[in-house]
Design a protein around this ligand. Sequence first.
Ligand code: AN0
Ligand code: CP
Length: 317
Amino acid sequence: MRQFLGPQDLPGIDYALEQARYIKQNRFADQALGKNKTMLLVFFNSSLRTRLSTQKAAMNLGMNTIVLDINQGAWKLETERGVIMDGDKSEHILEAIPVMGNYCDIIGVRSFAGLNDKAYDYSETILRQFMDYSGKPVISMESATVHPMQAFADLITIEEHKKKARPKVVLTWAPHPRALPQAVPNSFAQWMNAAGYELVVTHPKGYELEPEFVGDAVVEYDQDKALKGADFVYAKNWSACMEPHYGEILSTDRSWTVTTEKMALTDNAFFMHCLPVRRGMIVSDDVIESPQSLVIPEAANREISAQTVIKEVLKSL
Ligand code: AN0
Ligand code: CP
């Protein structure tokens, strides 16, 4: 496996879940696989969970890890080709990437969508440059359009808690004061579809996601209707995806906040969110603190999804 952006990069979803179950019980069984191998994690954006869980996963596999925060201590990188570099950027990404590739065996990259230019974001320009110029396998740690290790951890969490083979999973938009990428909802929808669950996506009009991720999921503009009979409620904010409003905030309607009243419409559903979450905006304190809240087990499973993915990459080195 030379790249990881989605379920299509793994040998199969059932295989991946089986591997994840094994790894959760046997975290240190594959230490020989990663011995003297180095995992480099490159962050263009902030992170708590991804930073810690991916390092932990690599260490469980016997690897060494190096973390580089591009915005703290590295040279400011130019990412556009063809510019005259007379501004504040000291180094071009097209030199920086092959240099980084020399010091490691696998690279994880966090490079959020800029939300200014949809074509630039949706062609995964930064991640593709890493794939093309590092000479090393590249894992998305939330790139412009996907967050596959999060969605894989969410899938593992649902598998651990579901009470029926094909649960009803509702992905709901919720309000947020800042414009956020579509990577988390894109990947969540993609992985839920890959798992064959019943998926309903609900959001105000104008927040439609790309059909390549939504697939055959039902899109329901009435949140209350969508929540009826749900087994899992996955809340997330995202900015508008469709032109001419790409990256814009079109609604801050707090009636979409997931509250106890909203959860009462479900079939005693579990509440999920990738974190970090803004209480009072996305979800009420009562819901996130309730016994039905899975936010902490989801975050714990980030170690497992990362380890499953890194192990597959190590096997192919
Ligand atoms: C990011 C996002 O929405 O993509 C990261 C989530 C894992 N969230 C924020 O920037 C708050
Ligand atoms: N869920 C997630 O990716 O969290 P971080 O942004 O803290 O890594």
